[in-house]
Design a protein around this ligand. Structure first.
Ligand code: NAP
Length: 338
C-alpha cells in the first residue's frame, strides 16, 4: 500500500501531537521530514520518529522525498510555508489560522487559483468533531426549524504569557468564526465586540479578557460568542442554536459521573488536545486519504481561512475602536472554491 510521505514544519505542542498521531494512529502515511526553529527539539523529534531534520522549513518543503506538507509553526509563519508549498505544487495542511493578515490570505488565494487545483486545507478540526457534525445535521434536517440565534462560548483554562486581546480573537475566536459559518452555511454581514468587566485572573496589559463577539449573518441569524482565556476550571466549548421550533445544543464530551459525599461530579477536559482528540484523528485520516487519492481536500479551504481571517480582523478593529459595530463586506466567492 502506498504511504504518503509527509514533512512537518513546526514542532511546538500541536506539531509534536500531529507527528505522533500521523505515526501511531493514521494509516497510509509516514512522517519523513521535520523542521523546527528550536533545533534541539527538532533533532530530538526527528531521531525519535526516524525522520530527516531540516533547519530550514522551505528546504524541507522543496525536498523530493516530501510529498505533502503540514504547517504547525506559530501563526505568523503559516503564510510563508503555505505559499512555499503551493509554489512546490504540494498538498498542504495548515493549522489554523491560515494567516494572521488579510493580505497574506489574498496572496494564498491568488497563488492557489493560479496553480489551478485546490491543495490547501486549514486545520479547523471542529468541522470533523462528531458533536458539531450531529448539530449541523440536526439543523439541516429542520428539527429545530429556522435557526434564529446562536449562543456560544470558548473558554480556555489558561493562556500563554504572549496572549493579547488581538490574538484572543485571531487565534481562539477564529475557531468559532469558522465553525459557525460552516454550521449555519452562512456568511457574516456585521460584527461587534462587547467588552465586559476585566477578569482579575487574566489581568495584564494588552489583554482584555473576556470578550464577547457579536455577529449577524446574511440570513439574519444573531450570534454571541464569549471568548475567555482564563476560565480557571477547564477548556469549555459550548454552542446552542435556537430555532423557531426548538433548540439544539452541542454535547459535552462524555465523562463518568461520580456521586460521593452528597456530591455529584463529572470531569471537564483541560485542553484542546483531549477535548477534540477524535476530531483531530478523523480530520487527519480524511486529509491523508484525500491526498493519496489526489482528490480535493474535504476540510476548510484557503477561502474559508481567508473568510475567518477577514472577519477576525474586522472584529479586532471593532474592539480597538471601543466596541463599535461594523459591516463585514466579504468578496464574492470565486467559482474555483465552490
Ligand atoms: P507552540 O507550542 O507555541 O509552538 C509553535 C511552534 O512554531 C514552535 O515550535 C515554535 O518554535 C515554532 N516557530 C516559531 N517561530 C517560527 C518560525 N519563524 N518559523 C518556523 N517555526 C517557528 O504553539 P502550538 O500550540 O503548537 O501552535 C502551533 C500552531 O498550531 C499555531 O498556529 C496554533 O494556532 C495552532 N493550533 C491549533 C490548534 C487547533 O485546535 N486546531 C490547537 C493548538 C494550536 P519555538 O518553540 O522555538 O518558539
Amino acid at each position: 500500500m502506498k504511504e504518503l510521505q509527509i514533512g512537518v514544519v513546526g514542532l511546538g505542542a500541536i506539531g509534536r501531537e500531529h507527528v505522533k498521531r500521523l505515526t501511531e494512529r493514521i494509516t497510509g502515511c509516514r512522517v519523513v521530514a521535520v523542521s523546527e526553529v528550536n533545533q534541539e527539539v527538532g533533532r530530538k523529534v526527528a531521531e525519535q520518529y526516524g525522520a530527516k531534520f531540516y533547519e530550514d522549513g522551505e528546504e524541507l518543503i522543496n525536498s523530493p522525498e516530501v510529498e505533502a506538507v503540514m504547517v504547525t509553526t506559530w501563526d505568523p509563519a503559516h503564510a510563508q510555508y503555505v505559499m512555499a508549498s503551493i509554489k512546490a505544487g504540494k498538498y498542504v495542511f495548515c493549522e489554523k489560522p491560515l494567516a494572521t493578515e488579510v493580505a497574506e490570505c489574498e496572496e494564498i488565494i491568488k497563488a492557489e487559483e493560479a496553480f489551478g487545483k485546490r491543495i490547501v486545507q486549514v486545520g479547523f478540526m471542529r468541522r470533523f468533531d462528531p458533536g458539531y457534525v450531529e448539530l449541523k445535521k440536526t439543523i439541516e434536517e429542520g428539527k429545530i426549524g429556522l435557526p434564529l440565534i446562536v449562543h456560544a462560548c470558548h473558554r480556555n483554562m489558561t493562556h500563554e504569557a504572549t496572549m493579547t486581546s488581538e490574538m484572543s480573537i485571531k487565534n481562539s475566536g477564529v475557531h468559532e468564526i469558522d465553525v459557525l459559518r460552516w454550521l449555519l452555511d452562512d456568511d457574516y454581514v456585521s460584527g461587534q465586540v462587547v467588552l465586559p468587566r476585566q477578569s482579575s485572573i487574566s489581568a495584564k496589559e494588552g489583554l482584555q479578557d473576556p470578550q464577547i463577539m457579536m455577529l449577524r449573518t446574511k440570513k439574519g441569524i444573531c450570534i454571541d460568542v464569549e471568548i475567555s482565556q482564563s476560565s480557571g476550571y477547564g477548556y469549555d466549548i459550548q454552542c446552542e442554536v435556537v430555532g423557531d421550533l426548538g433548540t439544539a445544543k452541542l454535547p459535552d464530551p462524555p465523562r463518568v459521573i461520580t456521586k460521593t459525599d452528597c456530591t455529584k461530579a463529572s470531569g471537564i477536559m483541560p485542553g484542546w488536545e483531549t477535548r477534540f482528540i477524535e476530531a483531530y484523528n478523523i480530520e487527519m485520516q480524511d486529509w491523508v486519504d484525500t491526498v493519496l487519492a489526489d482528490e480535493t481536500p474535504h476540510g476548510a479551504s484557503a477561502w474559508d481561512g481567508y473568510m475567518a481571517c477577514l472577519t477576525a480582523t474586522i472584529l479586532g478593529e471593532c474592539r480597538a475602536e471601543g466596541g463599535t459595530s461594523k459591516e463585514i463586506t466579504l468578496p464574492e466567492k470565486p467559482e474555483f472554491y465552490n
